[in-house]
Ligand binder design. Structure first.
Ligand code: ZN
Length: 337
């Protein structure tokens, strides 16, 4: 979400309405803190919300909704508001640059150029490294008057406690699954609704995955599972090779999600997927399924750090899974790669 586009997007995301109302009330009642943590699952539009909130605080005219016409709103829309800083991860980086935080601190130490608030957004704060967080702490510990820091984050528990303890929280709740699917059905990308569970309920995350071909990846993996259940020949080594080279993180997440659903189905007897699984077979091997689920999570951690042995990570999950689904027993489940 770019800073100039975020506030417009926020108005289109219906599930942000309670958070927007809460923030507007805090502002109206003069209860804005200096640091506001905005936690929530990925793909809920936290950055868009933060940008909208910043625009509202800076707006010269309105209290509940940025007016869109005043000098402040126009500067914000043009992306060059002098009292607004938008800090995120540079495209080719994985962490927020400490120099950007230092610049933010420097800006906050100066008087507001338009005589009102100064607002900074750090999004996502999960991408702060320890020195970045430490630098940010300086401003949070001694905030100048009329300054507001908005920190979006996926996992507040991963942020330094010193930072979290100096912020109020405004959590973004995910929409109900039906509401999320209804919203996705109105988007140009077909099939995004069926990726919602996979991404943890964030509609924008489902949409992004659909735009990157996630629907086809899911269908392909479903066909492999179908073939394994039917005990048709599947070249899993070749699939592992392809998976390692093409979207390995998304594919491993698909496998993790499938295993989670299979375990749930085996335990509750409820079929959630299009096709019910042979639950007797799965229930017999529930421990092995849990072990494979753990393995997919470990593999995702390794993939995120750029593991060189991606193919063997896939084989380490898929080959034992094939054995389980064939009904022959846990077999090679304990194999470590
Ligand atoms: Zn305005």
């Amino acid at each position: 979400v770019s800073a100039a586009r975020g506030y417009r997007l926020a108005a289109e995301l219906s599930w942000l309405a309670p958070a927007r109302a809460r923030f507007a009330r805090m502002r109206r009642e003069g209860r804005l803190p200096h640091g506001l943590l905005i936690p929530g699952a990925p793909g809920l539009g936290k950055a868009a919300f933060a940008d909208w909130a910043a625009r509202l605080v800076l707006c010269d005219l309105s209290e509940d909704e940025p007016c869109g016409r005043c000098g402040s709103c126009l500067l914000h829309a043009a992306g060059n508001h002098p009292d607004y800083a938008w800090i995120t991860v540079a495209e080719d980086k994985r962490q927020i640059a400490i120099d950007d935080i230092r610049e933010l601190n420097g800006g906050f130490a100066l008087k507001s150029l338009r005589g009102g608030w100064k607002v900074g957004v750090v999004s996502p704060a999960d991408a702060l490294n320890p020195s970045g967080a430490n630098a940010l702490l300086k401003t949070l510990e001694e905030p100048p008057a009329s300054t507001l820091l908005l920190l979006t984050c996926h996992r507040p528990e991963a942020l330094p406690r010193t930072v979290v303890s100096r912020c109020q929280r405004l959590r973004i709740a995910p929409p109900a699954p039906d509401a999320a699917r209804a919203w996705l059905a109105g988007q140009p990308e077909a099939g995004a609704g069926e990726l919602l569970d996979l991404v943890g309920g964030g509609p924008l995350a489902a949409l992004a995955l659909a735009q990157e071909g996630g629907v086809a990846l899911k269908k392909e993996f479903g066909e492999i599972i179908g073939a394994l259940l039917a005990e048709e020949g599947v070249d899993l080594v070749q699939y592992a090779d392809v998976a390692a080279k093409n979207r390995p993180a998304d594919r491993m997440r698909l496998i993790e999600h499938w295993l989670g659903e299979a375990i749930r189905q085996a335990l509750t007897g409820e079929a959630t997927g299009a096709k019910p699984l042979p639950d007797g077979r799965l229930r017999r091997h529930i421990k092995a399924l849990y072990a494979l689920l753990d393995e997919t999570r470990r593999a995702q951690g390794l993939l995120a750090r750029g593991a060189a042995n991606a193919q063997s990570l896939f084989e380490g999950v898929l080959l034992p899974l094939a054995t389980l689904l064939s009904g022959r027993g846990p077999g090679m489940v304990d194999r470590k790669t």
